[in-house]
Design a protein around this ligand. Structure first.
Ligand code: ZN
Length: 148
């Protein structure tokens, strides 16, 4: 895919997911594990709720507010982790961090992220990296708690 096409895809997906986020709920279900994270540099907030079962995340929902990158990334993240094993999700979170900081990731790792891989474009905007990684840090935090 050409760079111009990738950028177009990024803009389209960020806009779509920010305007019409997937797995966005008014209220997190009471029986879900939840965490709230803030990104003070941009004013973003995310409340993530996750349902674990047998070492997997069987559902992930969120609400919150902030810039379109933070909300789009949360939407893409909840889609990416749905039904995945927690050790795979930890790898995905690492891949995602490396990617948005401009590091090299292999094709297989990118494929595992699905649409969330378009967030690689955030590497061009260092001030927005935290907006993109916040939701992945939230899911990592809930996994840590689940494992302990
Ligand atoms: Zn932001």
């Amino acid at each position: 895919m050409s760079l111009a096409k990738l950028k177009f895809l990024y803009k389209t997906l960020v806009l779509e997911n920010a305007q019409n986020p997937q797995h966005h709920v008014e209220k997190l279900p009471a029986d879900y594990e939840e965490v709230t994270l803030h990104n003070p540099t941009c004013g973003d907030t995310i409340n993530l709720g996750v349902k674990f079962k047998d070492g997997k995340i069987v559902d992930a929902v969120f609400n919150g507010d902030g810039c379109s990158i933070s909300q789009a990334s949360a939407s893409l993240m909840t889609t990416a982790v749905h039904g995945q094993q927690i050790d795979d999700i930890q790898k995905m979170a690492e891949t995602f961090s490396t990617m948005v900081m401009g590091g090299k990731i292999d094709k297989q790792a990118a494929a595992q992220l699905g649409d969330a891989a378009v967030m690689a474009n955030v590497a061009e905007f260092p001030a927005r990296i935290k907006c993109a990684t916040m939701s992945w840090h939230a899911v990592e935090e809930l996994i840590k708690r689940y494992q302990s």
